[in-house]
Design a protein around this ligand. Structure first.
Ligand SMILES: Nc1ncnc2c1ncn2[C@@H]1O[C@H](COP(=O)(O)OP(=O)(O)O)[C@@H](O)[C@H]1O
Ligand SMILES: [Mg+2]
Length: 259
């Protein structure tokens, strides 16, 4: 079974940036190959990781919906077809592959397409010991598309009072949606002061988070984003890189924490 890290939180808080950094730091500690999954229809993880997606799971789902209605040509099993198509969507890079979920469902019934897809994704992803899932805001992807439970759930928030309230709400939703996870990390991102907001202790207690980490507002990350650059190029001594290394270490991932 792969080790699954899922990153969630509301829009614009730094989920994609942190997902990209987690992929980079898994590679740095030889936890490879990594499958990076972009589950946000506004796909950005590819450019953050310096690769380009050409085809998405969403497009396959539309095709599968058509053949669910019409049937397929003789001799091709639906599962085989699906696996072939998914392999076509995989973007291969050094030490990681990336796949994008693409646009969400349109009108009509996708139950059949989603079920075949779920099985095929499960099979394809089995070959990766580590999977990093960059989510859209909300937790729908986790409840509907992911078969296995999440090993490390990372909730990202901005330090505002509303931002922190979102974390409490997201935590509540995991219960309501029956999303299972091993460890929970809360990241309060883009801190302007070198300390966590006062409410964090209370939030730690409510959510029973295993890790509560503050990450600074970082000019290097902002600059990389401004230039559309690759997050793999962030410097090793960046404070956020070190904090991500610490998180992976404390979560008990194998491999040695880079010096
Ligand atoms: N710690 C940080 N310091 C500075 N800029 C950041 C930081 N985290 C994220 N950003 C920037 O904030 C913007 C939104 O981040 P992004 O990762 O795309 O958010 P999300 O995926 O949650 O929508 C990007 O321009 C990103 O570079
Ligand atoms: Mg994003």
């Amino acid at each position: 079974m792969s080790y699954l890290i899922a990153v969630s939180g509301k829009g614009g808080v730094g989920k994609t940036t942190l997902s990209g950094l987690i992929v980079a730091r898994l590679i740095a500690r030889n936890c490879t190959p990594v499958l990076a999954v972009d589950a946000d229809p506004n796909m950005c993880l590819d450019s953050v990781l310096g690769v380009t997606v050409t085809s998405t799971i969403g497009a396959i789902r539309e095709e599968a919906k058509v053949f669910a209605a019409k049937g397929m040509s003789a001799g091709v099993s639906k599962q085989d077809w699906m696996e072939f198509k998914i392999a076509e969507c995989l973007v291969e890079a050094n030490d990681f592959d990336l796949i994008a979920m693409g646009r969400s469902e349109g009108a009509g019934c996708y139950c059949y397409a989603n079920n075949v897809l779920k099985n095929a994704i499960e099979k394809v992803s089995k070959v990766y010991p580590y999977i990093v899932l960059d989510n859209e805001a909300g937790l729908e992807n986790l409840s509907r598309r992911i078969v296995q439970s999440v090993d490390l759930l990372v909730m990202v928030a901005d330090p505002s009072s509303r931002g922190l309230q979102t974390v409490v709400r997201l935590h509540q939703m995991t219960g309501e949606m029956n999303i299972k996870y091993g460890k929970l990390a809360i990241i309060v991102n883009r801190l302007r002061r070198d300390e966590l907001p006062e409410r964090m202790e209370e939030i730690r207690e409510i959510t029973k988070a295993d890790f509560v980490i503050g990450m600074p507002d970082c000019s290097e990350l902002a600059e990389i984003a401004e230039k559309g650059g690759n997050i793999m190029n962030v410097s090793e001594d960046n404070k956020i890189v070190k904090l991500v290394d610490d998180l992976l270490e404390q979560a008990g991932l194998p491999g040695r924490k880079p010096a």
